[in-house]
Design a protein around this ligand. Structure first.
Ligand SMILES: NC(=O)c1ccc[n+]([C@@H]2O[C@H](COP(=O)([O-])OP(=O)(O)OC[C@H]3O[C@@H](n4cnc5c(N)ncnc54)[C@H](OP(=O)(O)O)[C@@H]3O)[C@@H](O)[C@H]2O)c1
Length: 323
């Protein structure tokens, strides 16, 4: 089968198309003919050799962790009814024509949902829904979304708006601001403004200053600044490191102001939750309540261009690979 490997840590050019043996399913596993491959920001950071304590991969390796497609082969013990079914799944090494997954990791894609959208929800849909549960986001909350125009940010804006929260979305540039406004943000703030934090504070409004919930998909200094925008007693999720590192948060300040902090470890879900959240994301998208925003779809063999596009930050919406 055709696949793409990271040959060595480095820039997008280290993503090289290769020919690999077809995978064979073990007991309890299936082989998926991959239709679409999800890409997420962290895959570019791992490819560049960052965060090696957390991501113990060594080149050459096939990157990626999410696909949609059709089950073509079932291993011993897997009911034959899975054959030919449209599924999405977390897998290890997804930049390939075929992927192996345990049957327990599969989620059947409902008929009205296209396979491109299903793949786009594998990571972002699960994490976005998981974050809403984690922060118990509800209709009385004012929520600040940082990195609102990204793959997950665009879902968070829609989901928070659907829960009745007041959504203030921070994104970069007019085109991305227009998108998050269209997705339901009550107010938008341009991240390139020097006074973005003051503008966000103003937009959040309310009798007690600040956000009840901050969803930080950016990290770094931007995330750290957002702690001061969090209302006393609020919740802050520092799951994002798109700027190069997670937000360095003043935990003493947070404790003094009774702000509940969540981090990346809080959005690692077990198999049951993964399945529940994936199904929920599929259903929401199939019924038109949630729209994954896809800004670019590249052929698998051009994965290097896909990574360059993610890092270039020019596309509006997430980047996908087509097999
Ligand atoms: N997707 C998931 O399931 C998941 C799970 C756990 C954690 N996360 C983390 O959440 C964050 C967002 O993930 P994603 O998959 O939604 O990524 P994405 O689609 O690539 O979005 C990244 C967001 O960060 C912004 N950004 C990129 N580079 C930046 C920089 N140098 N400084 C400031 N902002 C920057 C982008 O907007 P502009 O380029 O317009 O600034 C965009 O809004 C990432 O840090 C990721 O690791 C994601």
């Amino acid at each position: 089968m055709r696949a793409v490997q990271v040959k060595e840590f480095g820039g997008p050019e280290v993503l090289i198309p290769v020919e690999l043996p077809d995978p064979v399913p073990g007991p309890g596993e299936v082989v998926i003919d991959v239709a679409y491959v999800d890409t997420i920001f962290v895959e570019t950071q791992i490819r560049a050799g960052q965060g090696r304590d957390h991501f113990p991969v060594s080149p050459p390796y096939v990157p990626g962790g999410g696909v949609s497609g059709v089950v073509r082969v079932v291993g011993a013990g897997v009911p034959a009814e899975w054959l030919g079914r449209r599924v999405s799944s977390f897998v290890t090494g997804s930049y390939a024509e075929r992927a192996v997954a345990p049957v327990s990791a599969l989620t059947a894609v409902p008929d009205p949902l296209d396979l491109l959208s299903a793949a786009a929800l594998v990571h972002d849909g699960v994490t976005a829904l998981g974050l809403l549960g984690l922060t118990a986001l509800g209709e009385t909350d004012r929520v600040l979304v940082l990195g609102a125009s990204g793959g997950m940010g665009t879902l968070l804006v829609q989901l928070a708006q659907a829960r009745g929260a007041r959504v203030v979305a921070v994104a970069r540039g007019e085109e991305k601001l227009a998108l998050v406004r269209e997705l339901g943000a009550d107010a938008v703030v341009d991240a390139t403004r020097d006074d973005w934090a003051a503008a966000a504070r103003h937009a959040l409004g309310g009798p007690i200053e600040g956000a009840d919930v901050v969803l930080d998909g950016v990290g770094g200094a931007v995330g750290a600044a957002a702690l001061s925008l969090t209302a006393d007693g609020g919740r802050f999720s520092a799951h994002g490191a798109a700027s190069g590192g997670f937000a360095p948060l003043d935990t003493e300040d947070a404790a003094r102001r009774a702000i509940e902090l969540f981090g990346i470890a809080d959005v690692q879900f077990g198999p049951a939750d993964l399945h529940r959240l994936t199904s929920e994301a599929h259903t929401a998208a199939a019924t038109g309540r949630l729209r994954p925003v896809i800004g670019g779809v590249f052929p698998l063999a051009r994965a290097a261009e896909a990574h360059a596009a993610i890092e270039g930050r020019g596309l509006v919406g997430k980047v996908m690979l087509r097999v």
